[in-house]
Design a protein around this ligand. Structure first.
Ligand SMILES: [Zn+2]
Length: 88
């Protein structure tokens, strides 16, 4: 029996929807070889977060953590604003 898991179904921390989640390596594999913390996030949000991370410039590990935090905060902020439009 194969135990290779391709996707995990769960709640995406960025968009808050229940989706098939993919692994996001917070420290890019191309620079750090795949070690370090992993964030489970849906493919849609993963594409967005990847767009925000420089492809060819290596940042410090702290900056990558910041990027992820900024991304998650920004998405929540946009959702909150959208949700409160009715009262404006
Ligand atoms: Zn998502």
């Amino acid at each position: 029996m194969r135990t290779n898991i391709v996707g995990v179904f769960g709640l995406c921390p960025a968009c808050g929807k229940c989706k098939c989640l993919t692994k996001h390596h917070i420290y890019p594999k191309r620079f750090f070889g795949g070690g370090g913390p992993i964030l489970f996030i849906c493919r849609y949000c993963h594409d967005k977060i990847e767009r925000d991370i420089p492809q060819y410039i290596k940042l410090t590990k702290e900056r990558y953590i910041e990027k992820v935090n900024d991304f998650l905060t920004e998405v929540r902020y946009v959702q909150t604003r959208r949700g409160s439009q009715a009262t404006m």
